[in-house]
Design a protein. Structure first.
Length: 360
């Protein structure tokens, strides 16, 4: 199967005389067999990127290749792709079997071949016992499996998914996620999966591509995106609860950069040397902040409330930097009084105040 190569893709829409840059110079390669998720907030250009790869939108500039083949100007029906949307749109008057076989019938496949392909796909999707049912008798998750099966039987070169699970409840999502992973793994084509749900992106992908305002911010494996975000945006968007931010300042001490936050100083890394005298944005994931009973041991914080989740508690504090969420122990119960928030210095990440680019 071919790689997908997106090269300098830009898409500009015109609306009432205004230009909207939906996708801005995106370059991304999805290797054969690789599962890449394009994730970002609403309106950041995810769907437009996917539609250009599918051939449903024409790029303003840039190219799309499947392997060596330049498909930029080639219509969707000539691209041999499996496309799955949020909107499932099965034929309501056809059984599951007929829905899955319909495209093959139109393409002139024999009855024997149609049955064989549908049975193989149904086995992979664990819907063999549903083949005689009508779409109205299926749950949303099962309907989405049928829609996936309809694409699978065509032997696609490339998988494209646009928020296929956004209409499903949490339980159905959890059931469908491993099915999509298994199917894309077994078929082994490159997969581009669009979602605004960072949990889906983190759990399903080989690499996550974070897009913001039409531009790619970072492309990396999920753990790297989480631990080593290259920008404040990525740090904030990936992870729940989100990264907590504080104002800091870099001070030179004996030729080394030292981070100052409120009344506290932290040795962060040699990478701070050139930043002396500058304000920086300090980011910490909420599990790397420790709550001390001693209000003077860290950033002064007034306890607001706790949300116990069973395996952990989300505790809210008011500080001079605004409201801060800390992931505390399952049995933590704040008393509404004063605490000190202590940073675990290995996990401090620093960002440029203006550009949001990671400094250290
Ligand atoms: P969502 O998650 O809400 O679907 P998205 O990240 O997929 O958002 P796009 O749908 O690609 O984002 O839209 C990117 C930008 O392009 C938005 O500002 C959107 O309003 C604009 N846009 C999308 N399609 C069109 C169109 N056909 N005509 C004009 N503007 C469009």
């Amino acid at each position: 199967m071919p790689d997908i190569t997106i090269q300098n893709l830009t898409k500009v829409y015109e609306e009432s005389g205004d230009e909207i840059v939906a996708v801005d110079d995106v370059t991304l390669t999805i290797a054969d067999g690789e599962f890449v998720t394009l994730v970002g907030p609403s309106g950041c250009g995810k769907t437009t990127t996917l539609r250009c790869v599918a051939g449903l939108n024409t790029p303003t500039s840039g190219t799309i290749h499947f392997g060596e083949r330049d498909v930029t100007g080639i219509p969707v029906q000539e691209r041999n792709i499996a496309l799955l949307f949020q909107d499932i749109a099965l034929y309501p008057h056809m059984s599951v079997q007929e829905n899955m076989a319909y495209g093959l019938k139109i393409a002139g496949f024999s009855r024997k071949e149609r049955i064989a392909r549908v049975e193989e796909a149904a086995g992979l999707l664990q819907i063999t016992d549903q083949l005689e049912k009508m779409p109205s008798e299926l749950s949303g998750g099962q309907q989405q499996r049928v829609a996936l099966g309809r694409s699978l039987v065509r032997d696609p070169e490339v998988f494209l998914f646009d928020e296929p699970m956004s209409d499903l409840d949490a339980k159905l999502k959890a059931e469908l996620r491993p099915v999509i992973e298994k199917v894309t793994d077994e078929i082994g084509c490159p997969t581009l999966y669009v979602t605004h749900d960072q949990e889906e992106a983190m759990t399903m992908s080989d690499r996550v591509a974070v897009i913001n305002d039409g531009e790619l911010e970072q492309v990396a494996p999920p753990k790297e995106i989480y631990d080593e975000p290259e920008s404040k945006f990525v740090s904030q968007f990936i992870g729940q609860p989100s990264t907590q931010f504080f104002d800091g300042r870099v001070r030179a001490v004996n030729g080394r950069g030292t981070l100052v936050v409120g009344d506290y100083e932290y040795e962060v890394s040699d990478g701070l040397k050139g930043w002396s005298g500058d304000d920086v944005r300090v980011g910490l994931r909420p599990q790397y902040i420790t709550v001390s009973d001693d209000a003077e041991a860290g950033i002064p914080a007034t306890h607001l409330l706790d949300e116990p989740l069973g395996d952990a508690t989300h505790s809210f504090f008011e500080t001079e930097f605004g409201e801060v969420i800390v992931v505390t122990d399952p049995d933590f119960e704040g008393n509404g009084g004063e605490y000190g928030l202590v940073f675990q210095s290995d996990y401090i990440r620093l960002f440029d105040v203006d550009s949001g680019v990671r400094i250290a």
